[in-house]
Design a protein around this ligand. Sequence first.
Ligand code: ZN
Ligand code: ZN
Length: 115
Amino acid sequence: MTSADPFASIADLDFHPQCQRVWCGNRCDAPAAAWILFHSVGRCNHPSMDNGRISLLVCADCLLEYDKRAGTVVREMKPPWYRRDKRAKCPSCSKRIDSDRDVLEVIYPLQEGFK
Ligand SMILES: [Zn+2]
Ligand SMILES: [Zn+2]
């Protein structure tokens, strides 16, 4: 994927997009409801990453999964014993991780299929 304009490429789709999440080797084939950018904390310098983020079309269920996963990442980054004055940071890019939205960075609802 290029860094041009991801929204434009979604608008150009002339078929109904499907969820792209791969789960235990199975690909979810539910209708996509949103496009997301998920910061791959600790792995964002991996060459396969698009600017350190997973760029994915997801269905409503998988969106909830990624939302939960973002919450889990934040809790792991900031365990209860973590000193409040210390900042949690992504180990690979030093981006500050304070909330779910620092991990699940973008949720762009698709016009069709979003209920
Ligand atoms: Zn799905
Ligand atoms: Zn990072």
